[in-house]
Design a protein. Sequence first.
Length: 168
Amino acid sequence: MTDIGDAIRGARAYLTEHPDEARYTDSQATARLESGLRVSVTGLDGATVTSDMPPSIGGGGAGPSPAWFLRAGHAACVASLVAMRAAEEGIELSRLEVTVDSESDDRGILGASDDVPTGPLSTRVRIALNAEADDAVLRAIAEWGWRHCPVDDAVRRAVPVSVQVEIR
């Protein structure tokens, strides 16, 4: 198994020497409506997830909502980046748990009020970790992880979005 710290240092050194190879188009996710409000999403690598909306708004409740996948991706991303930084610093974590929750107002998503945002009103990230290391070092590792998480960056920063609608 590759040492995580060595792999990160190698990748950073390579991209520092070859910055033209650092930028790329991320893999796509394609969502297809199955039935009702149940949606299956596939990626080019064969990855799949299925979402559904709660029965209170007409869904079957057979899976997590799409917004839950955002929080799940956010939590997994922060956890991955914290683990990467700890490995790079040579610290073996005995515990790492990241919880992401948010506050929302359903009037926005349902179009009941144009004054209410459709997305979360706020998001909270809680990072719990432990290791044989100084608390200040662990705090710095946790903060580095969430600051470098691309999902966290995407929800904090206004990312340009383009939309194309195809009618067939």
